[in-house]
Design a protein around this ligand. Structure first.
Ligand code: EPZ
Length: 419
């Protein structure tokens, strides 16, 4: 198990370049299953989840190589359209292979992802949409088997009961090879959905409206291989923006994604940070005094749930009272107990956290519980007085590439202990 040691109190200053987006790379790897040729991806982040997804594709017989920030996925040798439990349980986004496999091979057998630390996270809407496209869905021994009708999936007009990011991506991918038109309503509008649609378009897919609540896909008989540069990671970008704010530093995030962090920027300005953004970088200058602000997580373009834990860390040293509501997942406050060990004053009432800002946090041994909670503890450690030791940092490695190196480059006093 690896631990991270942070000596707090050091303002972060300088430039940092963010990596490719994990939550775009994962659907894009699955999109590689659709074409009659290889999909070449650039700006691939070197993350555990990405290597797990590549292993899932290789398990099916696909070629899936990831080297030096590039990936090549060739689905032509696929001969076993299944994703086994031992792989899916470590990375629930493997469910993204379901739509492409059913569309391309007529059948798929994928382990149900099961819950995770932050919530039950069902995929019932993914399955309901595939049924609407004519797939026969059966669930047994923890696996979902989906079989397309003779002649393949057919286009459908489907309304998502709730916007689901991977649900929208899964069905958008399936629809590219279905017979006829598919219209997805109340679709997720996250930038990663749009990035996936861009790659599919290079493969010959006909998709309109990605990034809006209604996506229309005209099915094609086949898709070709393609080439795509993965968008920059907006959550990694947001995490470094909060790092500048909470340490009172001045950080320029280079090559970040364009124009998709509006909700977070507004909240950070409300908290007193100064933000300058152009098409090369976003510059965040932390305030001398952090002002408390409220936040409520919402589907994009609302405040991102993946930034809730990080923003809470900032609010623990705010000037007054902050109310943060988590409306997307039912159990995404596991960072609260750990922040309180560092002196934070947080009270929970269902999906609402009431944070009363304190003068300063104090370093302490804490434990990471999930990916974004780990980021929250790093941010708290950077701001706290004294030393913070974070255990179970493997959670962090799922979503942040070379995080110590990037933090060291900004002047943070951080090191990793490999046991
Ligand atoms: C994606 O997860 C992201 N993961 C998550 O990022 C992110 O937190 C989430 O979207 C919300 O933005 C990837 O893109 C790989 P959802 P996803 O389906 O697609 C309910 C991170 O930290 N729902 O949009 O699994 C669900 O329970 C991770 O990088 C159903 O009820 O999330 C949740 O309450 C964590 N039935 C809500 O919808 C379904 O069939 C939104 O979930 C699907 C979802």
């Amino acid at each position: 198990m690896h631990r991270m040691i942070i000596e707090g109190g050091q303002p972060l200053n300088g430039d940092v370049r963010v990596s490719g987006a994990k939550n775009a790379a994962l659907p894009l790897f699955a999109a590689g299953l659709l074409g009659d040729g290889p999909l070449l991806l650039d700006n691939v982040p070197d993350l555990k989840d990405i290597h797990t997804m590549a292993a899932v594709l290789r398990h099916m017989g696909a070629l899936a190589e990831v080297t030096d920030g590039r990936a090549e996925i060739d689905p032509r040798p696929v001969n076993n359209p299944t994703a086994p439990y031992e792989m899916v349980k470590t990375m629930r986004a493997s469910a993204l292979v379901l739509g492409p496999l059913v569309a391309r091979h007529g059948r798929a057998r994928v382990s149900l992802p099961g819950g995770c630390a932050i919530g039950e996270r069902p995929i019932n809407l993914h399955l309901k949409a595939l049924e609407a496209m004519g797939a026969q869905i059966s669930l047994e021994q923890g696996y979902v088997t989906a079989v397309a009708p003779k002649g393949g999936l057919k286009g459908a007009d489907f309304f998502f009961d709730t916007p689901t990011v991977t649900g929208t991506e899964n069905i958008m991918m399936a629809a590219t090879l279905a017979r006829g038109r598919t219209v997805l309503r109340n679709a997720a509008m996250e930038p990663e959905v749009t990035d996936t649609a861009r790659a599919l378009t290079t493969m010959g897919a006909d998709i309109r409206g990605a990034g809006t609540e209604t996506v229309t896909i005209e099915g094609r008989g086949s898709l070709r291989g393609g080439r795509h540069r993965i968008m920059a990671d907006r959550i990694e970008t947001g995490t470094f923006m909060v790092a500048a704010a909470i340490t009172g530093g001045r950080v320029r995030i280079i090559d970040g994604p364009q124009g998709c962090l509006g909700a977070l920027e507004k909240k950070l300005e409300e908290a007193g940070a100064r933000i300058e953004a152009n098409d090369q970088f976003v510059l965040v200058t932390g305030p001398d005094r952090i002002l408390s602000a409220d936040a409520r997580t919402r589907p994009y373009p609302g405040f991102p749930t993946d930034m809730q834990a990080q923003f809470m860390a900032l609010m623990t040293v705010g000037s007054g009272l902050s109310v943060i509501q988590e409306t997307i997942f039912e159990n995404r406050f596991m960072h609260v107990g750990e922040l309180k060990r560092m002196g934070a004053d947080v009270r929970l009432d269902g999906n609402t956290a009431i944070i009363s800002g304190v003068e300063h946090l104090s370093g302490a041994p804490v434990m990471a519980t999930d990916l974004r909670a780990s980021a929250s503890l790093i941010l708290a450690g950077l701001a706290a007085r004294g030393q913070t030791e974070i255990s179970r940092v493997y959670h962090l490695d799922r979503g942040y590439e070379r995080i110590e190196e990037k933090l060291l480059g900004l002047g943070a006093r951080v090191r990793r202990i490999r046991e």
